[in-house]
Design a protein around this ligand. Structure first.
Ligand SMILES: [Zn+2]
Length: 393
């Protein structure tokens, strides 16, 4: 027996099939013109053209970001957002496959129109620039772009196996400087205050600290100024360090412990410490298991392999984490390459324009559209998604 929901899911499939040539062309065009974060003018315009041609109303430059936009179809509640990325990396181009993310979400948004026509509510495509280099979604969350949504969905290309969840760490940058006193390193060393020594003490302290933190946490950094001449006691040193953790409470604890390492450098040498935590902190990804289960079932229904959980123990950070703290979110993955093809390499960039990449993008579009159908056609699902969001830390 074909239920109402099944028939809408079949319509999603037919709609993506009907658009498949346009979507392939769009993904390849974005791939062939890689643009860095906040400079994705062509990619944003191409996605906007496609969404406008399909009846979406577009607001450009949201959150004061030139290449961010929102395309809306329908009115009222519920509001389901499909999130699109389209930025590339320096040197290696679309080596994270964001050309496929923007296109899959746009295809899913257009395919979901028929659900809105039947049940009401809104589909939004939210174009989010600069995932790689700056974390555009962090600014967009701070500006309230993701408030008032019932769910935000996206799918990222992956190597190996498709998954519905991932561990993405919170991450914040610490900028540090020490101010000491220059003096002749041989004739007047007693007059100097060594800012490089302060930094080296701090660096070694961080290395010692690292043995005694949770295995999922990360602290790493570089020294960007260690003095200018070997015969001058360095009067200035600088560096920046990243602190990452799976939850925000532990991040706060770790930030204080890392800072103590830098205080130790100042204490030991007499150099003055100045520091600043970046306001653009990445938040951890709060996986919504209700959304993840729906996505998993939809991917599996296409005859593809998928695991609900990511067992790789390979942790990164994503600005979708910040979105997931304000609205129930899906950050699913679709496999487009064998597992030995790593992200951010030329090999992955080639996969993002390969037949497997394009097929993965089309499958992701179908699975996202089907998930929209689950959320709008089956009235029981969104309350579960929301309850889980409110009850999880
Ligand atoms: Zn990426």
């Amino acid at each position: 027996m074909i239920t109402n929901l099944d028939s809408f899911k079949n319509d999603i499939k037919s709609s993506i099939q009907a658009q498949s040539e346009v979507l392939r062309h769009l993904a390849l065009k974005i791939h062939a013109s890689p643009e860095l974060g906040f400079k994705e003018k062509k990619a944003a315009e191409w996605l906007i053209d496609y969404l406008k041609q399909n009846g979406f109303a577009v607001e450009r430059g949201i959150a004061d970001l030139e290449t961010a936009f929102r395309a809306t179809y329908g009115t009222g509640k519920p509001v389901i957002a499909l999130v699109g990325e389209y930025d590339a990396l320096p040197e290696v181009g679309h080596a994270c496959g964001h050309n496929l993310i923007g296109t899959a979400s746009a295809g899913a948004a257009v395919a979901s129109k028929q659900i809105i026509d039947n049940f009401g509510g809104q589909i939004q495509f939210i174009g989010t620039p600069a995932e790689e280099l700056f974390g555009g979604k962090i600014v967009m969350v701070q500006n309230g772009v993701f408030n008032g949504l019932d769910a935000a969905l996206m799918v990222h290309p992956e190597s190996g196996v498709s998954t519905a969840t991932t561990t993405a760490l919170s991450c914040v940058t610490l900028y540090v400087e020490y101010f000491g006193k220059e003096s002749h390193a041989a004739s007047d060393p007693a007059e100097g205050i060594n800012a490089l020594d302060a930094m080296v003490i701090a660096y070694s302290s961080v290395a010692s600290l690292r043995q005694h933190i949770r295995s999922s946490a990360r602290v790493h950094g570089v020294i960007t100024d260690g003095g200018k001449a070997a015969n001058v006691v360095p009067g200035h040193s600088a560096g920046n360090f990243l602190v990452r953790a799976t939850d925000l409470n532990y991040l706060e604890e770790l930030k204080e412990r890392v800072l103590n390492c830098f205080r130790a450098g100042a204490q030991a040498t007499g150099a003055k410490l100045e520091y600043r935590w970046d306001s653009m902190a990445y938040h951890p990804l709060k996986n919504n298991m209700t959304l993840a289960e729906l996505y998993t079932a939809n991917v599996a229904s296409l005859g593809l392999q998928i695991q609900i959980e990511d067992k790789s123990q390979s942790f990164g950070s994503t600005d979708m984490g910040n979105v997931s703290q304000v609205t129930p979110s899906l950050h699913g993955f679709i496999a487009i390459a064998p597992k030995d093809v790593f992200g951010h390499t030329k090999e992955f960039a080639a996969a993002a324009a390969s037949e497997a990449g394009l097929q993965g993008m089309l499958n992701a579009a179908v699975a996202l559209g089907m998930t929209v159908a689950d959320l709008i056609v089956d009235k029981d699902k969104l309350p579960l998604v929301k309850a889980e969001f409110l009850n999880s830390p």
